[in-house]
Design a protein around this ligand. Structure first.
Ligand SMILES: C[S@@+](CC[C@H](N)C(=O)[O-])C[C@H]1O[C@@H](n2cnc3c(N)ncnc32)[C@H](O)[C@@H]1O
Length: 428
């Protein structure tokens, strides 16, 4: 069982042995490390339905590289009957054996309210996705999603959602420079923000594909979770907004010079500043004359917000527990109370800080406290929650981030960030 949904597998998924280890073999791929991603997918679908951007009628949803079928099965089983009854889900995989397990799971454990439809298709996602229009498409491949993005984009309804996972994290975060340049046409500086930069490179890639097909994107949630990066975006058909793409793309500069910070301010990508203290990073517009061989530069990448405030604020731990937390022991097969409790904690952990981060997702600074300590030449990194509290007390917006490295976001001027960090240093 994952979340509230049971599935059949050829063996118990201890330590993920049926996960990445089974790649390429004729068996079903199930990776428990991706459970959080599936939980967030259920919650985001609920938000999109409630916010009304999937229309009022049937919702055509595609779980594009489905493997065990669990993602689509969780959509149906964990959403309330009135939402699930609108969903017509298609699960696609090249692997017939995987689809066999998915079908068997669906028969053994159908949605508890009996609502919603799933049909299984064996084939290549790039062909199947074009067979009809979709409101929701999920791409969760081995490695890079690049081969699937263009065809998925073309299949999307006028207002829809695309979710894209990438496990070629070494490329997206700048450790493997050649694949990064080849697949995404970008470079990324390897520092504590490299996963954030990787998410922004992925968003830029999806946005460029959208623009090629007269569409534009709005990021809903962008997440770094253990070995993968994942972006979920709202896609709308609009030639006018597709033309605005260039203003959403640009560069991230580490250790910017004063004139770079001034250029960032002039472009509306940084708060006004005396430049007495220069920040660790700033963004520059795409039109900026950057030296691509400069090791301080990452990009081209998405320079606007990487998430949508209301979508992220809907992903509270309470909502995760209400919709996805296992609670009925009779559904839980042979699970012991302790195992149920651990699964509840995993469900809560999958959205930790997301709602809080949603209220500050549009702010200019994303600060990893380890980086801040080295930047300021102080000793131990300051506590991110204490930094948030001090900055809020001073009247600024600040919040913890859902990010692999302890970090926070704020709109406080850099001068005040430096002062707050200084106030947390023990006296000499
Ligand atoms: C990483 S797994 C998907 C995991 C799944 N989404 C989940 O949440 O558990 C990738 C799956 O894509 C399938 N696959 C690979 N290339 C494909 C293609 N071109 N079309 C359809 N399925 C494909 C593989 O057989 C594999 O089951």
């Amino acid at each position: 069982m994952e979340g509230r949904t049971s599935l059949l597998l050829p063996g118990r998924p201890e330590k993920g042995v049926l996960g990445p280890g089974s790649k390429g073999r004729e068996t079903v791929f199930y990776n428990p490390a991706m459970a959080g991603s599936r939980t967030r997918s259920v919650l985001l679908l609920r938000h999109a339905i409630e916010a009304g951007f999937l229309g009022e009628g049937e919702i055509y949803a595609l779980d594009g590289l489905t493997a065990s079928g669990l993602r689509a099965r969780r959509w149906l089983n964990e959403l309330p009957a009135e939402m699930a009854s609108r969903i017509k889900a298609t699960i696609v995989d090249l692997n017939e054996e995987a689809l066999g397990w998915a079908r068997a799971s669906h028969e053994a454990f159908p949605p508890h309210h009996g609502k919603g439809e799933i049909s299984a298709v064996r084939g290549d996602l790039r062909t199947e996705v074009l067979s009809s229009g979709r409101h929701w498409v999920d791409i969760d491949p081995y490695g890079s999603p690049v081969p699937f993005i263009d065809s998925a984009m073309q299949s999307l309804a006028r207002s829809s959602v695309l979710e894209v996972s990438a496990t070629d994290t070494a490329a997206l975060t700048g450790s493997s420079k050649n694949p990064l340049l080849r697949r995404y046409g970008a470079r990324v500086r390897t520092d504590c923000l490299s996963h954030d930069s990787g998410l922004r490179v992925l968003l830029a890639t999806v946005a460029k594909a959208a623009a090629r097909h007269d569409r534009s994107i709005r990021p809903l949630v962008s997440i770094w979770d253990s070995h993968h990066l994942r972006v979920s975006v709202r896609v709308q058909k609009s030639v006018k907004s597709a033309n605005d793409l260039q203003s959403e793309l640009g560069w991230r500069v580490f250790s910017p010079a004063e004139e770079e910070v001034r250029e960032s301010i002039a472009a509306g990508l940084h708060h006004d500043s005396t430049c007495e203290f220069l920040p660790m990073h700033c963004m520059l517009p795409l039109s900026s004359k950057v030296d691509r061989s400069d090791s301080r530069i990452s990009g081209p990448l998405w320079v606007s917000a990487t998430g949508d405030s209301s979508a992220m604020r809907s992903m509270t731990e309470e909502a995760a527990m209400d919709y996805c937390g296992p609670e009925d022991i009779s559904d839980a097969l042979d699970w012991k109370p302790r195992e149920l409790e651990l699964e509840r904690r995993r469900v809560a952990r999958s959205v930790r800080n997301l709602a809080e981060e949603g209220s500050v997702i549009g702010t200019y600074h994303h600060i990893v406290v380890d980086d801040l300590a080295s930047w300021l030449g102080t000793g131990a990194p300051p506590s991110p929650s204490k930094m948030v509290q001090i900055l809020r007390d001073a009247g600024h917006r600040a919040g913890m981030a859902h990010y692999g490295n302890p970090s926070f976001r704020t709109d406080a001027p850099w001068e005040e960030v430096v002062e707050a960090a200084g106030s947390l240093q023990p006296p000499m």
